[in-house]
Design a protein around this ligand. Structure first.
Ligand code: ADP
Length: 295
């Protein structure tokens, strides 16, 4: 049973040959609305990987809000603690060009209201096997959720994205920090992922740095670091790879799987997701992950 506290966004994606410059208008080829937000993505990943998942978040009272809620419901995520607040839902305005490059504007909308926990949120977190946190909602709310987990002895997994300086109190309440290589470098000022992970161990007991097609690196206090290679697959869309990885890893750890095997399973899950288009749409279900992981 996993609790996720975090963002829910509608991704509004325009596909163009070449992104417009300032003052320029270009004609796009295609437009898609895709449910996203790192919180919601991790919730979908964990639910599809086989856990009972509750999403603590907020959507607006607009059409995107009802779409986001039903997308979560559809993946089997419990949305009882997803509030609907006055105003627009969170949106990400994404321009993808033919080279696969992108430019993104995120407008937090309803996500900005997540500054504190309700009594129901606190009870949900206290009853969970793990709490998943990211940084697309206000830090004070993230901190309140981390504190609630710590008070109940619940394992907290923090994805420090988007990268920003972290209050020491948040790191002190984090059990496992999961930056990608860019976030690890931004947090520490150290470019080498292994050295960055080692530096982060002074603040958190366990770190996993994800390295894209190069896999992931696990570091824990008092143990030699472990590198887990990525599966060799043909990637068509790596959006949401990290969220798939975190969701699957949380499920495997919550089931009592030791870290190295849990990392292998998460790596199989994220390798499946990069072979299909979309962020949450590409996330694999448990039977597929077990099949790919050979377990
Ligand atoms: P993020 O999406 O947060 O930037 P990464 O790109 O590091 O995260 O990807 C997370 C995980 O997804 C990696 O550790 C790896 O296991 C898997 N992954 C990412 N890209 C690929 C790829 N091209 N091929 C296979 N696995 C991949």
């Amino acid at each position: 049973h996993i609790a996720v506290f975090g963002s829910t966004n509608m991704d509004l994606v325009a596909y163009v040959a070449k992104a417009p410059q300032r003052g320029e208008t270009v004609t796009g080829r295609e437009f898609r609305t895709l449910p996203g937000g790192k919180g919601a993505n991790q919730a979908v990943a964990a639910a599809r990987a086989g856990a009972t998942v509750a999403m603590i978040g907020a959507v607006g009272n607009d059409a995107f809000g009802s779409g986001l809620r039903s997308a979560l419901d559809h993946s089997g995520v419990d949305t009882d603690l997803l509030r609907t607040v006055e105003g627009p839902s969170g949106t990400a305005h994404i321009v993808v060009d033919d080279d696969g490059g992108n430019a993104i504007v995120v407008v937090p909308g309803a996500n900005a209201s997540l500054t504190a926990l309700s009594a129901g949120d606190t009870a949900e977190i206290a009853a969970a096997d793990a709490l998943l946190l990211q940084l697309e909602t206000p830090l004070e709310g993230v901190l309140a959720a981390a504190r609630a987990a710590r008070e109940s002895g619940v394992r907290t997994l923090l994805t420090p994205a988007p990268a920003q300086p972290l209050p020491p109190e948040l790191l002190a309440a984090t059990d496992l920090l999961l930056p990608n290589e860019h976030e690890a470098a931004a947090l520490t000022g150290i470019d080498d992922p292994a050295a960055a992970a080692a530096a982060l161990l002074s603040q958190v007991p366990e770190v996993v740095v994800t390295l894209g097609a190069a896999g992931s690196l696990y570091a824990a206090r008092g143990a030699a670091p472990v590198t887990v290679p990525a599966r060799r697959v043909t990637a068509v869309d790596t959006t949401g790879a990290g969220d798939t990885f975190v969701g699957a890893l949380a499920v495997s750890l919550a089931e009592g799987t030791p870290m190295p095997q849990a990392l292998e399973w998460a790596s199989a899950a994220s390798a499946l997701s990069v072979q299909r288009p979309g962020a949450s749409a590409s996330m694999p279900y448990r039977t597929e992950i077990d099949g790919a992981a050979g377990g």
